[in-house]
Design a protein around this ligand. Structure first.
Ligand code: UT7
Length: 328
């Protein structure tokens, strides 16, 4: 059984924060943010929107594009690091979608989450266990940003993107993939738990607390991305028996325009093949790839049969790439 990706959708909050807005919050400037990152705005979730709702909106669009009904979905994989509920939000999304025949679970791999989710989905399809799988990448990182830390708060935005994958018998449109993690660098990018010891009874203690805001060793993550992303794309291309010339579109995790440009340059992929929307949304973590894919498909850039190379990278550290042919 092969895999085809037949629908996509996305959703972002309507509230927009510009670089100028940020310059009233922390010591920064539109010029610094634009030249160092390429970001001009980010969309931020308000108290009346939830991750589950953003996911549902994105998923509904993807299911409609695939010309399916929610009841056709067998499996929902929600890639997120910012679930509404620490036990996971996928089952709630299943409920909101009324995808009553699906099993749903969350997958956490930070900004690599969507690529890891897509690859996980394809294993269920290839083995014939499930036929139609919804993969959602979504994050509301604004909940976990330290809004007084200019080194991180300028980077992140909120959003959701989704794709529908389906089994096909005569070919496979997931052409190649590769995934990696390196826990030695686990402290490069974190939303770490912080608790304090609490005595329950004599001799019995537990630790209770919450998660601390995002911390990131920006330069280390930058260097890691510029080195590892071209490598992992080349590995996925090798498995696909393709070369960079065969790539019609490059969609990288939207972390920094300079990273995207450096990777494209190293792979010798011309800029007209590179899809970016970082200027509008900033870094939306697990949402960034399906969000950019959805925009490019709806703008008519990506057409059925085009070869798309994607790569996600981030906390873990983790990184992965998937090369696929869009459509049936
Ligand atoms: O999604 C997960 C993956 N994440 C990433 O891929 C992020 C990777 N890292 C990056 O994109 C970049 O490292 C950043 C955008 C985070 C930072 O850019 P940079 O060119 O590496 O800047 P830097 O950290 O080297 O800082 C340069 C200067 C520093 O001042 P000094 O020490 O040279 O005086 C910073 O304090 O810029 C200063 N700075 C700022 N200035 C104005 C840092 N943040 C800001 C800011 N506004 N927002």
């Amino acid at each position: 059984m092969g895999v085809s990706i037949i629908g996509c959708g996305s959703a972002t909050p309507t509230q927009v924060m510009t670089n100028d807005n940020l310059s009233h919050l922390v010591e920064t400037s539109d010029e610094w943010i634009r030249t160092r990152t390429g970001i001009q705005k980010r969309h931020l979730a308000t108290t009346d929107s939830s991750l589950s709702e953003l996911c549902t909106q994105a998923a509904q669009e993807a299911i409609a594009m695939a010309r399916l009904a929610p009841g056709d979905i067998d499996l929902i994989i929600l890639a997120t690091s910012t679930a509404d509920d620490l036990f996971g939000s996928a089952a709630k999304v299943q409920h909101l979608l009324e995808a009553n025949n699906a099993v749903a679970f969350d997958l956490t791999a930070a900004c690599s989450g969507f690529v890891f989710g897509l690859i996980t989905a394809s294993q269920f399809i290839r083995t014939g266990v499930y036929e139609t799988v919804l993969v959602i990448g979504a994050d509301i990182l604004s909940r976990w940003v330290d809004w007084s830390d200019r080194t991180t708060c300028v980077l992140f935005g909120d959003g959701a993107g989704a794709v529908v994958c389906q089994g096909i018998t005569d070919h496979d449109n997931l052409l190649g993939f590769a995934m990696y993690s390196d826990g030695q660098q686990h402290d490069a990018l974190n939303i770490g738990y912080h608790g304090i010891e609490k005595q329950l009874k004599d001799g019995l203690t537990i630790n209770q607390g919450t998660y601390k805001p995002i911390t990131m060793k920006g330069r280390d993550v930058y260097r890691f991305a510029v080195e590892k992303v071209p490598e992992v794309i080349e590995k996925a291309l090798f498995k696909a028996q393709l070369t960079t010339d065969d790539i019609d579109w490059l969609i990288l995790h939207q972390a920094n325009q300079r990273i995207i440009d450096a990777v494209a340059k190293r792979l010798k992929i011309p800029s007209h093949k590179v899809i970016t929307n970082l200027d509008e949304y900033g870094n939306t973590s697990a949402a960034s790839i399906p969000l950019a894919l959805d925009e490019a498909v709806r703008q008519g850039k990506i057409k059925s049969g085009d070869v798309v190379a994607t790569s996600g990278f981030g906390a873990g550290l983790s990184w992965g790439a998937a090369i696929f042919r869009w459509g049936i």
